[in-house]
Design a protein around this ligand. Structure first.
Ligand code: FAD
Ligand code: NAI
Length: 463
């Protein structure tokens, strides 16, 4: 038996590394096991960070190619250097993963390199060495969901990981799944010159999003050139020398048809990852979707074993994993860590961005809650006009009787930043009136949030 720890965290994604740092800050002796060559998990290596780097770079390319002229900025012969764009993305990733290494050193968190297996409660084996620990935290994240009949080779048929690494712009990219990954990475490759077709099983994209906002989002993306095949399922995809041939069928049954693609991105969701962990073998209970079952305080059914992040229930988001990491570390230190699941923002980093927090109109209707709506379009916002970015609107939902904010859905420029104001307001139990009476700088995009709050009471000023 080797060294003993207070906490061993398995997995160094945003859930695991943040949990390790917070536990170390609270005086515990902490190790974090990671089998990947770099720290940071899916998010930093093949998720949030590289996708946002490519989204930003491709946005610049599109702006230089199409939008600068409107501002009187004339650039001739804009050319794409994809190799440079990809290299920059790699540099951004490295800066972030090294950052986590630095934070581990700073906080005296030991990185145990290799694959971690729970040998027994209180014992973790890492590539042949056993470590004793008072607590084990499973933070092993998630992996791309496979689609029967579609074999991923990460070249012609790719998951998000392969789609972030393409060294050539595909002529035709077919994306299976009109969710977050499909729309973000579909947008990247469309901007860089690919024809992009999104095949979605449901009759709408971004399921779970407020439908009015989702419909407008779909219209804007379609205007940009994304093609949508809704209510359609892919039943097979075969890669050959001349690209990939897909078999498509109407979701509710009907005649099949074929579609040709140069590259196919499978983005139909992600599933909890516990392979090789040994959790089920020692009796850790999993749910029907293979996620580690936990109670309200991240404890599994085995004393001393906890789980957080994508591997447990809830939205698969980096900030949700991080907040759970902090809450659990604080609980292990005897404090009262807590996550408010009613106020977790979600952002799709397309153009325009789609940001949401709290409940949708559909959820409020289903729950029988009486609500009022306040909406304000970016066409009526001075700053958005100055920027030439007027697509989208802010939609706020407030309780009809108490005026308490229940949800916000923002489609527009920098919506991912704007949503933070409402998330904070909701944490404080604010009313729409509270936001409406807060002085907002002029000219700013945030004024659209204030106007939507005024609109809840029918008193918007600029429309
Ligand atoms: P992960 O980040 O998946 O980390 C788990 C780690 O555990 C991995 O490094 C893995 O190697 C390691 N591991 C697994 N098993 C073992 C073992 N037995 N031993 C040792 N190590 C092990 N979320 C957002 O909030 N915003 C975004 O913009 C965003 N963009 C995304 C873009 C893409 C393309 C993808 C795929 C995901 C994106 N996500 C985004 C989701 C986000 O990446 C996840 O929610 C987040 O990474 C979950 O964190 P985690 O700590 O639970 O697990
Ligand atoms: P998703 O759940 O967002 O979308 C999957 C889509 O595929 C859904 O619209 C679903 O109806 C559709 N679908 C399912 N089966 C299908 C089939 N057989 N044929 C056609 N369509 C089918 O999942 P996605 O996009 O893979 O992302 C996985 C996770 O990663 C998400 O939970 C998301 O939270 C996270 N993520 C977050 C990002 C962000 O916060 N900006 C960015 C990227 C990923």
């Amino acid at each position: 038996m080797s060294e003993a720890f207070d906490v061993i965290v398995i997995g160094s994604g945003p859930g695991g590394y943040v949990c390790a740092i917070r536990a170390a800050q609270l005086g515990m002796k902490v190790a974090c096991v990671e089998k990947r060559a770099t720290l940071g998990g899916t998010c930093l290596n093949v998720g949030c960070i590289p996708s946002k780097a490519l989204l930003h770079s491709s946005e610049n390319f599109e702006a230089a190619s199409h939008d600068f002229a409107e501002h009187g900025v004339m650039v001739d012969g804009v050319k794409l250097d994809l190799a440079r764009m990809q290299a920059r993305k790699g540099e951004v990733v490295t800066a972030n993963t090294r950052g986590v290494e630095f934070l581990f050193r700073k906080n005296k968190v030991t990185w145990l390199k290799g694959e971690g297996r729970i040998a027994a409660p209180g014992r973790v084996a890492v590539d042949g060495t056993d470590y004793e620990t008072k607590n084990i935290v499973i933070a092993t994240g998630s992996e791309s969901m496979p689609l029967p009949g579609v074999a991923v080779d990460e070249k012609a048929i790719v998951t998000s990981t392969g789609a972030l690494e393409l060294d050539k712009v595909p002529g035709h990219l077919v994306v299976i799944g009109g969710g977050v990954i499909g729309l973000e990475l579909g947008s990247v490759w469309r901007r860089l010159g690919a024809e992009v077709t999104v095949v979605e099983f449901l009759d709408h994209i971004v399921p779970g999003t407020d439908r009015e906002v989702g419909r407008q989002f779909e219209r804007i993306l379609a205007k940009q050139g994304l093609k949508f095949r809704l209510s359609t399922k892919v039943t097979a995809a075969t890669a050959g020398s001349d690209g990939v041939t897909l078999t498509l069928e109407p979701a509710k049954g009907g005649p099949a048809e074929t579609l040709k693609a140069d590259v196919v991105l499978v983005a139909i969701g992600r599933r909890a990852f516990t392979a090789g962990l040994g959790a089920a073998e020692i009796g850790v209970a999993l749910d029907e979707r293979g996620r580690v079952k936990t109670d309200g305080h991240y404890a599994t059914n085995i004393p001393g074993i906890y789980a957080i992040g994508d591997v447990i229930a809830g939205p698969m988001l980096a900030h949700k994993a991080e907040d759970e990491g902090v809450a659990l570390a604080e609980r292990l230190a005897g404090q009262a860590g807590h996550v408010n699941y009613g106020v977790i923002p979600g952002v799709v980093y397309t153009w325009p961005e789609l940001a949401t927090v709290g409940q949708t109109e559909e959820q409020l209707k289903a729950a029988g809650v009486d609500y009022r709506i306040g909406k304000f379009p970016f066409t009526a916002n001075g700053r958005a006009r100055a920027m030439g970015m007027t697509d989208g609107f802010v939609k706020l939902l407030a309780d009809k009787k108490t005026d308490r904010l229940l949800g916000a859905h923002i489609l527009g420029p920098d919506a991912g930043t704007l949503i933070a104001e409402i998330a904070l307001a909701m944490e404080f139990g604010a009313s729409a009136e509270d936001v409406a009476r807060t002085c907002h700088a002029h000219p700013s995009l945030n004024e659209a949030v204030k106007e939507a709050a005024l609109a809840v009471d029918g008193r918007a000023l600029h429309i």
